[in-house]
Design a binder for this molecule. Structure first.
Ligand SMILES: Nc1ncnc2c1ncn2[C@@H]1O[C@H](COP(=O)(O)OP(=O)(O)OP(=O)(O)O)[C@@H](O)[C@H]1O
Length: 236
């Protein structure tokens, strides 16, 4: 299988606190990979290193054969939805989305409108972002992401704050995106959801990946919840 994202020996410390101690990860093209681990394990730090919000101390990261050092080209390979979305509050969501689409050279109004409809945002898309709830901000980011349809979509706990209708829309859009050649990497604590929508799971503990396996192989030994509990308790 073709590797879409690869991470070699990723290390990151905050002061004396060594958070990432040599993370190794490969994501195949067309895969939905769930990133799990306890609170403070370093999932967000890993995603921030991949997406350039944080500079790693060492390690090599490539997306679609483009190294992170090739900044502009590299940034066009992914779209990142962080857990906390910071955008200028006075801009209308529609204008902000257009601005981002231009950066990615992906201005397709028809496609954009279809995702606005799918996420039920027709009435609020022209309102200032500062008036948005947490869930609405995430819907705006998902509309942007699926309209851009980059080689890989990276998300930090994307299901947080979504109402049940938005969760259904999210799953539908993600399925279509992957069927059309997209790849997804997202962190989550919702193991029952991960079990249903991910092809593979990576488990981060003590600064390293302690498990990377296809979901169908993991489920032979029980639910993801059981496996999570065992890994959290046993592995060093
Ligand atoms: N900017 C920072 N400065 C200092 N320490 C930080 C910083 N960001 C994160 N950390 C620490 O790094 C560790 C990993 O944090 P991170 O947010 O990456 O974990 P996580 O796996 O995403 O956690 P959660 O599941 O709770 O969201 C934690 O101990 C956290 O306190």
């Amino acid at each position: 299988m073709e590797k879409l994202l690869s991470i070699q020996n990723l290390r990151k410390s905050y002061g004396q606190h060594e958070v990432l101690k040599g993370v190794e990860l490969k994501i195949e093209k067309g895969e939905i990979l769930g990133f799990v681990g306890g609170n403070g394990a370093g999932k967000t730090t890993t995603l921030n290193c991949i997406t350039g919000l944080v500079e790693q101390d060492s390690g090599k990261i490539m997306i679609n054969n483009v190294p992170k050092s090739q900044s502009l080209d590299y940034k066009k390979q992914f779209y990142f939805i962080p857990d906390t979305i910071h955008v200028f509050p006075n801009i209308a969501a529609y204008d902000w989305i257009h601005f981002v689409l231009k950066l990615y050279e992906k201005t397709d109004d028809e496609k954009l409108q279809s995702f606005i409809n799918i996420f039920d945002m027709e009435k609020s898309i022209y309102k200032p972002i500062g008036t948005y709830s947490y869930g609405m901000l995430h819907k705006m980011a998902l509309i942007t992401a699926f309209t851009i349809s980059p080689p890989i979509l990276i998300m930090d706990e994307p299901l947080n704050g979504l109402d049940p209708l938005a969760v259904v829309a999210f799953k539908k859009c993600m399925k279509e995106y992957v069927e059309n050649g997209g790849t997804v990497f997202f962190s989550t604590h919702l193991l029952d959801v991960a079990e249903k929508i991910c092809q593979s799971i990576s488990f981060l503990k003590d600064g390293k990946i302690v498990l990377h396996e296809r979901v169908e192989n993991l489920l032979v030994d029980g639910s993801l919840e059981t496996i999570f509990m065992e890994k959290q308790a046993n592995e060093g």
